[in-house]
Design a protein around this ligand. Structure first.
Ligand code: CA
Length: 232
């Protein structure tokens, strides 16, 4: 949550409407109206996602996409292209250049927000996998992902596999809030709670907290969202 999203869109009305709705969903939008500032702003602001219009003054969207993907500082940032009808070939080009997804104008806000959410979720799962945490520590709690071991105050701690996966996911994400759906996906490998109810996450978090004793208070409930881990 609270991810920064760079919106590169020269049509002010559309840009403002996207900005308003992203804010409403808890994101932090940054607006750029000219293609020539897009790459620089992305390198500086390090957004979690770029919404990129194709027809832009300055530099067109495809060139912006090319530059973002060519720069190591911005190459990992996912891009959703905003394309107009009749820009079919640009769409194909853009996906070929490394854009993650596209939305065709005029688009519905629900559709746009759903795409944003899906692309961000895929990116965070990918990032977590790439980081493949070795040893994680917080206070008297130590988690060794490779050995699948947890130690509390220097002694081994018995956790169920789900408790272990939940703890690993939370510790590996720093203080980022994980939704119940994300936790389900990480610990159960399920996409968007197909069979297991999100309530199940709460039950396992409850038993995990108990086993962690004093360190259990590091798992913080974020009302209406999920959980985060306080590593301080
Ligand atoms: Ca435009």
């Amino acid at each position: 949550m609270n991810e920064k999203i760079l919106v590169v869109e020269d049509e002010k009305d559309i840009a403002r409407m996207i900005e308003y709705n992203l804010k409403k969903e808890g994101y932090r939008p940054v607006l750029v109206h000219d293609g020539s500032y897009a790459a620089l702003t992305a390198a500086k602001e390090k957004p979690a996602l770029v919404l990129l219009d194709l027809m832009l003054p300055g530099l067109d969207g495809l060139e912006v996409c090319r530059r973002l993907k060519a720069d190591a500082k911005t190459s990992a940032i996912p891009i959703i292209m905003l394309t107009a009808k009749g820009e079919e070939s640009d769409k194909v080009l853009g996906l070929g250049l490394g854009a993650d997804d596209y939305v065709t104008k005029p688009f519905g806000l629900k559709e746009l927000l759903a795409r944003v959410q899906a692309v961000l979720r895929r990116a965070s799962v990918k990032a977590a996998a790439a980081e493949a945490p070795g040893k994680l520590k917080a206070g008297t709690l130590e988690l060794d992902a490779a050995k699948v071991q947890v130690r509390l105050k220097g002694g081994p701690l018995e956790l169920t596999s789900k408790e272990f996966e939940l703890l690993k996911a939370l510790m590996a994400c720093g203080d980022r809030v994980l939704t119940r759906e994300e936790l389900l996906e990480k610990a159960w490998g399920l996409d968007a709670s197909l069979e297991v109810e999100t309530r199940t996450v709460d039950v396992h978090i409850g038993t995990l907290r108990k086993k962690l004793g004093k360190e259990g208070r590091r798992i913080i409930t974020v009302k209406n969202y999920g959980y985060r881990f306080d590593g301080e």
